[in-house]
Design a protein around this ligand. Sequence first.
Ligand code: GDP
Ligand code: IMO
Ligand code: MG
Length: 424
Amino acid sequence: MPANIVIGTQWGDEGKGKVIDILASRAQVVVRSQGGNNAGHTVVSGGETYKLHLVPSGILYPDTQCLIGAGVVLDPKDFIGELDAMESRGISTADLKIDPRAHVVMPWHLTLDGLSEKFRGNNDIGTTKRGIGPAYMDKYERCGIRICDLVDPAVFPEKARATGSLKNAIITKVYGGEAHDLDAVIAEYTAYGERLRPYVADVSVLTQEAYKAGKTILFEGAQATLLDIDFGTYPFVTSSHPLSGGVCVGTGIGPRMIDSIIGVAKAYTTRVGKGPFPTELNDEIGETIRNKGGEFGTTTGRPRRTGWFDAVIVRHSVRVNGLDGLAINKLDTLCGIGDLKVCVGYRKADGTVLKDFPPSLEKLAECAPVYETFPGFTEDITGCRKFEELPEACRNYIEALERLCECKVCMVGVGPDRDQMIER
Ligand code: GDP
Ligand code: IMO
Ligand code: MG
């Protein structure tokens, strides 16, 4: 398996970190290619829990190199905090590299994320307030600051002052907010640049070299398909391309390098932040899933909205990502909740049933989910390690998801630990 992609198929938090950590035991390189510290990827190993935001989930293996590609937006302050936290737990980050083309999340991006959300009032997106949208806006506006600028004292102050003055004008004159002290920002961020300089290297080149050397490479998706700026529930999305297609652009590699693409889903659905969620459960079952599954955001701590598995969105993900296999996590969370429902289509007001996820949220709002119901299970499955060891109801449920999503299920998660995974 020389080059494999792992991406999210729902609205994030499907357990991508866990899947990457498991596969990284057989890989030499793990690459992040988009998003920023809006991501929160949990890895549990031997009772220790690691919550990763920018550091790739291969970091626990000392011989696996972790790379951060050009498509990522990197908050240096937060990232340095994460490096220090890993080092203090005895995990070396010395070999980690960041592409010089990656954009820097500056303090005004955080300010503008907060101010624009406030300005939207009830129509807010529910962002993670990590400055992600504003950082990508500057990238596409062509006034962003890149890592190669941050680490170059001959370049950074001038660029920071130019873009910072523009952002201060927007903050104060449009939003009535408080301007950033540019001298203080430049001094603070110049120091971050000093600290990060040894980590900077061309990730496109390193990935290509690793590939040529026959090393196994894993591409770690952040966010998820329904949060994609084009194929997600726009505008309730993030500002990058969490799709498999985004990996090539965000790393600087060609699509022919990719051997397989695995999509990660939960055995139910969650969403944090606002936006449509056709199978949402605002009832006791939803509350039970939230509590049993510990469904609280890894990055912001917000309670996650919960609902039934939606085969319409996962089938959409199978198509737009070209998935070869699905990893279904958290089957154990559904133990004891009774019958299990799966959404198989959306019924429109005229009675016809949509099979494909609609682009218009207004049209989606007129639809009601159509469910198939499957028997639930009460057995403890957290010790199962083979598919055949699962109770019949679990096997039937997984096989139904396979049929409804039109994709093979290659992994089934039965607990948070890296050992609690069934591979098929
Ligand atoms: P990511 O953003 O996709 O990496 O997912 P998160 O780490 O944000 O959220 C997934 C949560 O589910 C984490 O707390 C994981 O430890 C946990 N998890 C992952 N797989 C399983 C599983 O199969 N069973 C249970 N019970 N928890 C899991
Ligand atoms: P991982 O990688 C779940 C959501 C936010 C919000 C929307 C836009 O852990 O799966 P942003 O801050 O990106 O502008 O917020 O996207 N969001 C996530 N939800 N998991 C994530 O990452 C997310 N990253 C962003 O909650 O709805
Ligand atoms: Mg997460």
